[in-house]
Design a protein around this ligand. Structure first.
Ligand SMILES: [Zn+2]
Length: 523
């Protein structure tokens, strides 16, 4: 493959930015990708933030094989039917043709349930709360970096429960976790709902989804959470002995999100200068730019760096000989903050802080401690002295050195606390601004529409976004919708039924309905 083709296509700014900023590189086989260190670190930070949420439910990570025996997939035909055309099959080992071919996992349901069947015996073992971070394989005709890839990274959680209530609750708790992650960590204006009959995951009783409207007006499914009842366990013959000594099928859930999240973050937040990454997941949170090379200045940089690097992910940008090129690079890579240090800053004992969402604004921070803080130092010195009074002479001697160090440390902590306080406050504003922009975009692109002809006209005239339509949630009507509104689908239905809702007529069958469906184009 000629990689140059991608870069020469000026239209494709998104792909170019991904490559230039070090998040992505094209793999050799169609639709595959390399995650360079910047992209890998971003994905790791996403993993860490989700793992923390999962751990609160007692969920643990496991790893299952990549290869699935074809026979095992056959057992679960209904489930695999949807994936079969996208599967990669392994037919040979060396020159020898395999009698039973293997499949590269498109998803791991059958492996999880096959494993669960072997280890589950009694109700006392339940719930099973396991999650897997791995890559999955799906052949795609049209590939798009992070949105459609033949091999991509994701997490898939698969849980078993002895009762329905617990399984349903977990399905919704995970949905809330995804919502919080999308809104507060990724800074996305999202919409959360349940899937229509036609869009539900095969075999699921309920599918819930977190979706984001991207700047091109298309909807991206960011994360889903499914409740299966005991359907999958029946199909895969997973049973246990319950409290009453009877054999029963467990209730199960599954849920996942993928590297698509990176695509959503990039498309939503990027500006003319490059990526804008939310603070919590940014590989580098603070980029240091030093203007000049004098020894004094380097020492000054080191003093500041040593204060912040134990707390934040910091990096010195100095690969380019000109400092403005280093600034451009840090901006392109999406670092939320830059700290700029030059002769002027050093002489005034200041730093210049710049926020990525507002690069013209320079925030000057005085490192000299203020009057109030200065009063704390003699108080601390006194405290140290009174401490040494309590000691015997020998220990007192040893204490002398320690006392000096401790006072130095105290002074440094005062500065560090001050600096972190300012960065923390600026970060709150930064994160809020990112979210607000995305929320505003979402709210400005939702259109209630009660008339089918009007809907078609709007679409024809290039209106992009989500259309809120009265819909009966019947499969036949969903088919009619797909025939009449080409390349649109029901993205979701509200989860909770509002009280006193108005009865309207379904756009496709004219029957009475209270449901408002969100119609959109999806990635
Ligand atoms: Zn209908």
């Amino acid at each position: 493959m000629n990689h140059k083709n991608y870069f020469m296509n000026k239209e494709d700014k998104y792909s170019k930015l991904l490559v230039d900023s070090g998040l992505f590189f094209y793999g050799h086989s169609k639709g595959s990708f390399i995650l360079p260190s910047h992209g890998y670190a971003l994905w790791k930070n996403i993993q860490n933030s989700l793992d923390k949420k999962f751990a609160k439910h007692g969920i643990k990570n496991v790893l299952l094989p990549t290869l699935i025996p074809f026979e095992l997939l056959e057992k679960e035909k209904q489930h695999i039917a949807g994936f079969s055309p996208e599967c990669f099959y392994v037919e040979k080992i060396g020159e020898k043709k395999l009698e039973n071919s293997l499949v590269l996992r498109p998803t791991s349901e059958v492996l999880f349930y096959d494993w669960y069947r072997q280890i589950l015996q009694s109700y006392q073992q339940l719930p099973f709360l396991y999650n897997q971070w791995c890559s999955v394989f799906r052949a795609e005709k049209n590939t798009n970096p992070f949105f459609r890839n033949t091999e991509f990274l994701w997490q898939e959680g698969h849980t078993l429960h002895s009762n329905e209530k617990e399984a349903r609750e977990l399905t919704l708790s995970i949905l809330t976790d995804y919502q919080d992650y999308a809104e507060n960590i990724l800074g996305l204006g999202i919409i959360v709902g349940r899937k229509s009959e036609g869009e539900k995951f095969a075999g699921a009783l309920e599918s819930y989804t977190v979706e984001c409207l991207l700047p091109d007006g298309q909807c991206l499914q960011l994360a889903t959470s499914h409740y299966f009842g005991d359907n999958f366990c029946r199909l895969m013959n997973v049973k246990f002995q319950n409290k009453d000594n009877q054999i029963q099928y467990p209730f199960s859930t599954s849920w996942g999100t993928s590297t698509r999240a990176i695509g959503a973050v990039v498309k939503t937040h990027a500006d003319n200068w490059g990526l804008v990454l939310p603070f919590d997941i940014a590989p580098i949170q603070i980029a240091f730019i030093v203007i000049g090379q004098s020894e004094e200045l380097i020492n000054y940089y080191q003093e500041i760096y040593s204060m912040l690097s134990p707390i934040y992910r910091c990096q010195l940008y100095n690969k380019n000989s000109r400092f403005n090129l280093n600034i451009l690079q840090a901006d392109k890579e999406g670092c939320p903050f830059k700290i700029i240090l030059g002769k002027e800053e050093m002489e005034k004992y200041q730093i210049t802080l710049v926020r990525r969402d507002h690069i013209e604004r320079k925030i000057t921070i005085d490192l000299e401690i203020n009057e109030w803080e200065r009063k704390l130092i003699p108080a601390y010195e006194k405290y140290m002295e009174s401490l040494s009074e309590l000691l015997d002479d020998k220990t007192k001697e040893q204490m002398v050195n320690f006392q000096g160090e401790s006072i130095q440390h105290f002074k440094k902590n005062l500065k560090q606390g001050k600096l972190c306080g300012i960065i923390g406050k600026e970060n709150e504003k930064f994160q809020k601004k990112l979210s607000q922009k995305s929320i505003e975009f979402r709210d400005n692109h939702m259109f209630p529409e009660n008339n089918l002809t009007e809907l078609k006209n709007k679409i024809k005239n290039g209106v992009k976004g989500l259309f809120l339509i009265p819909f009966c949630n019947d499969l036949n009507c969903e088919k009619k919708m797909k025939d009449q509104v080409i390349s649109y689908s029901i993205r979701y239905l509200p989860i909770l039924e509002k009280k006193n809702k108005k009865i309207k007529k379904c756009l496709f069958c004219q029957s009475d309905t209270e449901i408002v469906a969100y119609l959109g184009r999806s990635y």
